[in-house]
Each structure stands twice: as C-alpha cells, then as structure tokens.
Design a protein around this ligand. Structure first.
Ligand code: 4AZ
Length: 462
C-alpha cells in the first residue's frame, strides 16, 4: 500500500514537471524567455532531477537569449549595410564610405562617387548597387583614368573590368551591380580622382511578338549616341547584335544576330563553305577577343541572288551558328527585324562595322559607326542610272563624305524605334566606291524578306 502511495505521488510529481515544461514551452512561444523559472517545482525526492531540469531550462533560456542577440545584431548589421541612394547628401560620395554597403536605387535616384581619398593607397573596396522597381541601372563616369588593368580597376561583376581610360558606360536590367574597386600606391598620379555616377534610367525595351524573331530583340545597353567612312568609334556595348565574320584569320564581312542560333548577313559574303567561316560576337576591338566565338553549321543564301552581279537583288543570307549564342544584357543581344515603315525617306540610320575607313583604305581595329540619311528609291535609281539597277527591294543611304565600305558588307543598317528598341532595316550590299560624291550606299531592304527570314529560320521566337 505504502509502495502504491509512493508510486502515485511519484507519478503526480512527474506530471507536474511535465506540465511545467509544457507551460514553459507555451510561454517560450510567447517570447517570454525569462518566464522559464522553475522555482515553484519543489520535489525533494527528485532533487537531482529538478536541478538538471532547471539547468536545462536556464541553459535553454540563455541559448535563446544568445540567439535573440545574434538575430538583433545581424538585423542591425544589415540595417547598417543598406543605404537608400536618396538618403545621400548632395555632391560626391567618398568611395570608402560605400565599401561593404548595399545601396538601394529607386526610380529617379542617382548618386555620384569619387575615389580621391583612396588614390595613392593600396586599397580595395566592394559595394553593391541594388535596383528596386521597374528601372534599369546605369553607371557612367565623367572622369576616369586608372592604371594597369590587373592592379587597378573598377569591376562590375559579370559585366566587365574597367581600367586605364576604358570607362564604364553601362545600362542594364540587372537586379544589382556588384562593384569592386582597387587602387594601388602608384595610383596617386591621378590625384583628382575618378568620378562616376549611378542612376536609375528608363527600363530597357525590346521588340516583342510583332517583331520577329526574338522577344526582347533590339535592346542596347548603350544610348543611341549616334555618331567606316566619315564615322567615329562606336561606343563599346552599343551594337550588341553585331557579328564579325572571318575566314581563317581574315575579317571580310559582318552580320547581325537575330536569334541565339541565326545570323543575318549578305548573300555576297557567302564565298566559301560554311565550315571555313567563324562568327565572333561581343567584339569591339579586333586586336582583342570577343565574348563568344562559333563556327557556322550551314548557311542559306536567297535562291534568287545572282553571285558576282554587284547589283543583284536578294543579297541576303542566313548563317546558322554551331553553338547557341549566350544572350546577355550587356555584350550580346539580338536585333529586331524592321518593317517598311521603320525607315522612311529622310530618316537617319546607323551602320557600324570594321570596314575600310576610305575606299581601298585601311580597316580600323575598333568598331566604327556612322549616321546616314535614307534617300528615296527614286533618288537612288536616278543617282545610279548609268551604273547599276537599284530597286524597291533595296534601301539606299546618302550623306556626303559618309558611307559604309569594303568589309562592312552584311552589317545591318539600324534605326531606333520610337519605343526605344533597335531594328534592322538594311543589310550593307554595294555601292560605287565608298562615300563617292553622288553615289549612295545600297542596302538590301530587310522588310521585303521578313517572311523569307521567318520561313528559313523556322521559328517565330528566340
Ligand atoms: C563592299 O565592297 C562595299 N559604299 C560595301 C559597301 C559599299 C561599297 C562597297 C557602300 O563590301
């Protein structure tokens, strides 16, 4: 009987201890960590057990406190790390105040930073610029001169490393720019420092369904700062669709990327077998490497193109890449196919290429671009009446002292639509010399071949 009583008392104590734990847990849920005190549990016969239970609960409480503190400090840390660009004071930010920070940029925001305080010091600094909302992020520098590229640079992760006088001028839809800056002891030469600005810009637009073939085609991370013969060096990264075609080591023609697999070029450029042609994408300076290189799997020349006839209509070809082009929003992108209305008489189109700087002259290393005025079919036919037959399947440009030239063949003549994306309206085809007075540049009119392009690439989208 005594034994039974003892057993009943023991069970009651256990139940009470369990209840305590459950209560504790309930209170713990309510974040009342300190309420874990078990002072009221007085069970002399279970002294040891009670002490260990108390210790466990106290330790649990402590752990919980520590965790709570850790969470708080990490919250404080992230709070400290994040800065809203609109909270910056006027003027230039010192780059060293940006190190380790996440800077949030929203519509209408901008901030300028300078590295003056780090010039002449061996320092590196990383910070992240994050976009919030439907904007694009731009980074441009009004002053920029850094030293040797492996020691001193401004790097924007997955976009590029900028050094010497190669200043970043980028606009992309990337969610964030992770920026790394490095200076050296020798960097003091440029004491006035470098000055760059980050700003929210309009979202990049691209062609969609009605613009075959690629959704989001014609997006250029560079503004159309339009400025070959009579041209000027292009802005790196503007003509992301431009393809450099070479046979073995020699460049001879250009083309435009219209899907991740297809390049549009001129029929008269298809002078050797496909396997002898290499396409280079994301190229700017021919003495350097492009971003992507691929062989050509096959090409299709329009069946009505007459090889060897300079003024043949249908001077158009499609080249299929062996490997898909890695489309990205900075160095490689697709170009939209233009409609007839995209370029009318008097409109200005741009042609970019590595072609000769004058008729029979030398070729530049860096990509050149030139602005050219579209003339009417009638004016073109009139100007060429003694030399060539030009037709409405061609689109002619004429601006005195400016022209495309040998080596630019196959390159697109592009125009920016009012929505802001770029479309191809012509393919450089022929002309009498380059920039010869009264002799227009003649281009294949792309809108005429929209269905031919769609049928032959057998796809409606990228
Ligand atoms: C060519 O031979 C060529 N001026 C390209 C364009 C023009 C002339 C010649 C237009 O590739």
């Amino acid at each position: 009987m005594k034994l039974l009583l003892y057993y009943v008392v023991l069970m009651a104590i256990r139940a009470s201890a369990r209840q305590q734990t459950i209560n504790g847990a309930a209170e713990y849920k309510n974040n009342e960590v300190h309420s874990f005190s078990t002072n009221e549990t007085v069970v002399p016969t279970l002294g040891m057990r009670r002490i260990s239970l108390e210790r466990n609960l106290q330790n649990f409480g402590k752990r919980r406190e520590v965790r709570k503190l850790k969470i708080l400090s990490s919250v404080r840390k992230t709070e400290k790390k994040k800065i809203e660009a609109n909270s910056f004071s006027e003027g230039k930010q010192d780059i060293k105040d940006l190190c380790g920070k996440d800077i949030i940029v929203r519509e209408g925001d901008s901030f300028t930073f300078s590295d003056t305080s780090l010039r002449g010091r061996r320092k590196s600094c990383r910070f992240t610029v994050k976009r919030e909302g439907a904007i694009s992020l731009s980074l441009k520098c009004s002053k920029f001169e850094l030293g040797s590229c492996n020691k001193e640079y401004l790097q924007v992760r997955s976009i590029g490393t900028f050094c010497k006088k190669d200043a970043p001028t980028i606009t992309t839809d990337k969610q964030k720019y992770r920026i790394k800056y490095r200076s050296t002891k020798e960097s003091a030469k440029n004491k006035t420092g470098n000055v760059c600005t980050v700003f929210a810009s309009k979202p990049l637009v691209g062609g969609s369904g009605d613009r075959p073939l690629c959704h989001n085609c014609g997006r250029s991370p560079k503004e159309g700062d339009s400025r070959i013969v009579g041209g000027k060096p292009a802005q790196p990264g503007h003509f992301v669709w431009l393809v450099y075609l070479k046979i073995w080591l020699y460049s001879y023609c250009a083309g435009s990327l219209i899907t991740e697999k297809w390049i549009l070029s001129a029929g008269h450029c298809m002078i050797v077998e496909a396997r002898k042609i290499t396409a280079i994408l994301g190229l700017y300076d021919r003495t350097k490497e492009g971003v992507f290189e691929s062989g050509i799997d096959k090409y299709i020349v329009h069946k009505d193109y007459i090889p060897g006839k300079v003024d043949s209509e249908n001077d158009i070809a499609l080249l299929k890449l062996e490997k898909s082009a890695p489309l990205n929003d900075y160095r490689i992108g697709t170009l939209c196919i233009g409609d007839k209305e995209d370029a009318e008489t008097g409109d200005i189109v741009i042609i970019a290429g590595w072609g000769h700087l004058s008729s029979g002259g030398v070729s530049p290393n860096k990509l050149m671009e030139v602005n050219l005025k579209v003339i009417s079919d009638l004016e073109c036919a009139e100007k060429y009446k003694y030399q060539y037959n030009t037709t409405e399947k061609m689109i002619c440009t004429y601006t005195p002292e400016r022209d495309a030239c040998q080596g630019d063949s196959g390159a697109p003549a592009v125009i920016q639509t009012k929505e802001g994306y770029w479309v191809a309206v012509g393919i450089v085809s022929f002309g009498r010399g380059c920039a010869f007075i009264n002799y227009p540049g003649v281009n294949t009119r792309i809108s005429t071949y929209k269905n031919w392009i769609l049928d032959n690439t057998k796809q409606k989208e990228c």
